[in-house]
Design a protein. Structure first.
Length: 354
């Protein structure tokens, strides 16, 4: 009971902090009225975003560290030198450099958006009680985390993401997929298609995820047929996106749940802080602490090479490059986003240093 209470208090604190950031742009900063005071939101808004994006791309385009994911065989075939960087503001302005139109599989960057659908359908209590909101401190596909906790822990690791898929209210596997697909389309502001060759490659080799799904089902922490949940989850991860799409999806969160291109409310503003809180604590898996320490932004990464980060109330930054580090995070993408966050001084805890 004491541990659960600590968890709830911690999550509430992070959610309140993010909610404050999201409202900062729309409120009056009393400190900014003091002589010599600097209004950080004004700095971010007036900055030449295009120049910063181009500088980030130029700074890291020749970085050759890391390698493509290979545990999903087809991902090793994506050209390793691709690299794109995008900012999309809450007004819908787009600033891009590099290979921002190349289509790649969304992979784990899809996870927070299906968690958003759980929040929309069932509220934050369902996410907290039926999946969990605690970081594992372990890799995204860790079996050890399952063995320790007999629980999915959070919706941004594989176990929790499969559980989130199973929680979507539907009468059939087909209906569940249609709802998840439509939801991600709404976040992106356009119709996205599944990369069928990626789905086939990933599903044929999904032995670990199949084991995770069956264990969760055995512990009553999966809420549909395990193989059906696995198929829908794998199809979700195989959706084709580009860096521009990811930035629009992130900007929808920055804009309190409203897509800045279409004007559609995709999720309630009241639920955005809870989702960003989980992204802040678990979006980079076992590197989440280091990411927040150095970049200070809620974010989600995927082994397809994409990363999206959110500056609450202002804009999002997305980047794509297939070369990953050992934790499964794109090296060029995370460096570019970290550079932009520092240059603009938009870390939610304060400006970080480059």
């Amino acid at each position: 009971m004491f541990s659960e209470r600590k968890t709830l208090l911690a999550m509430a604190a992070v959610a309140l902090w993010i909610a404050g950031c999201a409202h900062a742009r729309d409120s009056i900063d009393l400190d900014s009225q003091r002589p010599g005071a600097v209004d950080r939101s004004a700095i971010a808004i007036s900055t030449d975003f295009q120049s910063v994006v181009e500088a980030a791309h130029a700074r890291y385009k020749d970085l050759r560290d890391g390698k493509n994911a290979s545990y999903i065989p087809i991902l090793s075939e994506v050209p390793s030198d691709l690299f794109g960087v995008v900012i999309v503001t809450r007004e819908g302005d787009i600033h891009a450099a590099g290979d921002v139109d190349f289509e790649f599989s969304i992979q784990s960057v899809s996870k927070p958006f299906t968690a958003a659908l759980v929040l929309t359908e069932q509220g934050p209590e369902a996410l907290r009680d039926k999946i969990g909101v605690e970081a594992t401190g372990l890799p995204f596909n860790s079996k050890l985390a399952l063995a320790i906790h007999e629980d999915s822990r959070n919706p941004l690791v594989n176990a929790g993401a499969i559980a989130a898929v199973s929680l979507i209210q539907a009468d059939s596997e087909a209906q569940r997929w249609e709802k998840i697909h439509a939801n991600i389309n709404h976040f992106a502001g356009r119709s996205l298609t599944v990369l069928e060759d990626v789905f086939a490659s990933e599903y044929e080799t999904a032995f670990g995820n199949r084991g995770i799904a069956n264990l969760l089902y055995n512990w009553d922490r999966l809420y549909s047929d395990p193989e059906a949940a696995l198929r829908v989850y794998t199809r979700q991860c195989s959706i084709g996106v580009n860096a521009r799409d990811l930035a629009v999806m992130g900007a929808t969160l920055a804009n309190r749940g409203v897509n800045p291109l279409t004007g559609q409310e995709v999720m309630a503003a009241a639920h955005v802080p809870a989702l960003l809180a989980v992204m802040a604590t678990a979006g980079f898996y076992d590197e989440s602490g280091m990411w927040m320490f150095t970049a200070g932004l809620p974010a989600k990464t995927g082994v397809g090479g994409g990363i999206v980060a959110v500056v609450p109330g202002q804009f999002s930054i997305a980047a794509f490059s297939p070369r990953l580090n050992e934790a499964g995070n794109s090296i060029r993408a995370m460096n570019a986003i970290r550079y932009i966050a520092a240059e603009l001084g938009v870390g939610v805890f304060g400006a970080s240093s480059n």
